[in-house]
Design a protein around this ligand. Structure first.
Ligand SMILES: Nc1ncnc2c1ncn2[C@@H]1O[C@H](COP(=O)(O)OP(=O)(O)OP(=O)(O)O)[C@@H](O)[C@H]1O
Length: 223
């Protein structure tokens, strides 16, 4: 069996607020195989975003092990973690977080330039991803000139631009109306499958989660 793209073992995260201790993650064991799309369900406040932030190497303060493509995050230097985040992970959030002064194609080109790709190849890749998401006629629109669904599609293209091993998505369609959310999620899943990336997708929506390969649930800090 091939090595998981993401594996956590006994992952714990406690927040201390004044005298209160909140044990949000209490020994999470999760493994995601290459190309596997996993839905992460759990009630509000159950720790889905906290888990995604930990495995996205976005913040420290957790205990336990996080391995991405076999690399133990805690053993890496800060720059090693930054490189791993840039090369192996893609992120989609509930709000698009696109750069407002850059158009769609530039938003998707930028992470590739940061990774060291040339401008022509980055533009080719961005054009093909955005076209696959139905935005071939919107390449030069800035975020404010796009609808909510179109903005999220650009965010999806940006997340996939560097061919991540796994995309981490936190309520990627949570800000869209139901019909648009369905369409955008389906396009997201289709493109992730086509690209061969894995994905871990936090959602409240059981119906959308059923379209994924597997669903895990956070309950009282464990899966
Ligand atoms: N920086 C922080 N300091 C203190 N408590 C925090 C912090 N971040 C999160 N928490 C607490 O951790 C718990 C889990 O929060 P988290 O955002 O991970 O839940 P969630 O499952 O993503 O919720 P939702 O579905 O509503 O987005 C909550 O009780 C929250 O108040």
């Amino acid at each position: 069996m091939s090595e998981p793209v993401l594996a956590t073992s006994d992952l714990c995260r406690t927040f201390v607020q004044g005298r209160a201790r909140i044990d949000v993650l209490r020994g999470v064991n999760l493994s995601v195989a290459p190309g596997e799309i996993v839905g992460l369900l759990g009630p509000s406040g159950s720790g889905k975003s906290t888990l995604l932030q930990a495995v996205g190497l976005l913040e420290g303060g957790f205990e336990g092990s996080i391995r991405i493509e076999g690399k133990e995050a805690a053993r890496l230097s800060n720059s090693g973690r930054t490189e791993l985040r840039r090369d192996a992970l893609g992120f989609v959030y509930q709000f698009h977080h696109l750069l407002p002064d850059f158009n769609a194609i530039e938003n998707v080109v930028l992470p590739q330039l940061i990774q060291g790709k040339t401008r022509p190849e980055s533009v080719d890749r961005a054009t093909s991803l955005l076209t696959a998401l139905g935005l071939g006629e919107r390449l030069e629109h800035r975020p404010s000139q796009l609808s909510g669904g179109e903005q999220q599609r650009v965010a999806v293209a940006r997340a996939l631009a560097n061919r991540p091993a796994i995309v981490l998505a936190d309520e990627p369609t949570g800000n869209l109306d139901e019909k648009t959310a369905d369409v955008v999620l389906n396009e997201f899943l289709r493109l992730v499958r086509h690209e061969g990336s894995a994905a871990l997708v936090a959602t409240h929506n059981e119906r959308l989660a059923r379209q994924m390969d597997r669903v895990v649930r956070l309950h009282e800090g464990v899966l």
